[in-house]
Write a protein that binds this ligand. Structure first.
Ligand code: PDD
Length: 286
């Protein structure tokens, strides 16, 4: 996948080959930092404000001072697309860490390291049309999942387990309550109503999740932010997930058992169409 050449760092734009991190970078040694993944359709950001606001919240939650003010962030992130002449479907990956300093758990008092790059990312059209399979797994993460932290080991292990079972995602649960997926938010539909875990510390407050809430409302579909159990998951009429890279993705099998006879459901389809319109995606797939 094409990686664009111009990289935004804490000290402005550089060529991607000129980024060199010292061995004592705190992101590498402690995972001491936060990140964002921002979607771009045909060269335009989607939900940029939501991502920038969440980045600021995540940084504040870990007492990290960003190298750019909010205004500067918008300016620089827009410049990133202009400098790279991006016109395709892509993503920006952005991360900020607590800088580089001799290894010590306490904060080093140095300034943050920041980088943001653009990479092409075609839409996952086949999966969006056909739906995906998932497994279920105990959620073994910490209790501050609202922070988009670089510490992703439990997420990585859960996603790998899904892959080894021929699945796209792992739906996570604390005891029997579904929280979210390893890198996306989870929803069920029962009797025409959508249920998803409320915005507590135990889930990432997804940018697409907040847009799904709005799109459901605009389309007269009830969405309740109420936790649901594994039993309710297995008894659902429809199941789907959402994220900046997966969009609104139908789930058609859970632990090998079919959902809705293995077909994406009606409400999921309606939200997928609403999402495409909202993101001003020209070439729609439905
Ligand atoms: N993941 N939950 C988790 C644990 C996530 O990592 C993500 C995003 C989401 C969805 O958030 P949003 O709608 O803002 O993309 C929910 C990104 C895409 C990633 O880590 O690659």
């Amino acid at each position: 996948m094409k990686l664009y050449e111009n990289l935004l760092t804490q000290s402005g734009f550089i060529h991607k080959d000129d980024l060199h991190y010292p061995f004592d970078e705190r992101g590498l040694q402690f995972g001491d930092g936060v990140y964002e993944v921002i979607r771009i359709y045909q060269g335009n950001y989607y939900l940029l404000t939501e991502h920038v606001e969440r980045l600021i919240r995540s940084a504040k939650a870990i007492k990290l001072t960003l190298p750019y003010s909010e205004d500067q962030l918008y300016k620089q992130l827009n410049e990133l697309l202009i400098k790279n002449k991006v016109t395709s479907d892509a993503k920006v990956y952005l991360q900020v860490t607590r800088g580089s300093a001799p290894r010590d758990h306490v904060f080093p008092g140095v300034s943050a390291n920041f980088y943001a790059y653009v990479q092409d990312l075609p839409r996952p059209t086949t999966r969006l049309q056909e739906g995906v399979g998932v497994i279920t797994q105990e959620d073994v993460r910490w209790h501050n999942c609202y922070i988009k932290s670089l510490n992703l080991l439990p997420n990585v292990l859960a996603k790998q387990e899904a892959k080894e079972n021929g699945c796209f995602e792992a739906i996570l649960h604390r005891d029997q309550t579904v929280t979210e997926c390893s890198s996306s938010n989870a929803y069920i539909v029962k009797d025409g109503k959508i249920f998803t875990h409320p915005e507590t510390n135990n889930i990432l407050h997804g940018c697409v999740r907040s847009r799904v809430k709005k799109l459901a409302k605009q389309n007269g579909i009830l969405l309740e932010e109420t936790p649901f159990t594994l039993e309710q998951l297995n008894d659902a009429d429809e199941v789907f997930l959402s994220s900046s890279t997966a969009e609104v993705m139908p789930i058609v099998a859970i632990n090998q058992s079919l959902v809705n006879n293995g077909k994406p459901g009606k409400i999921t389809r309606l939200l997928q169409t609403a999402y495409e319109q909202d993101a001003r995606i020209k070439k729609t797939i439905f």
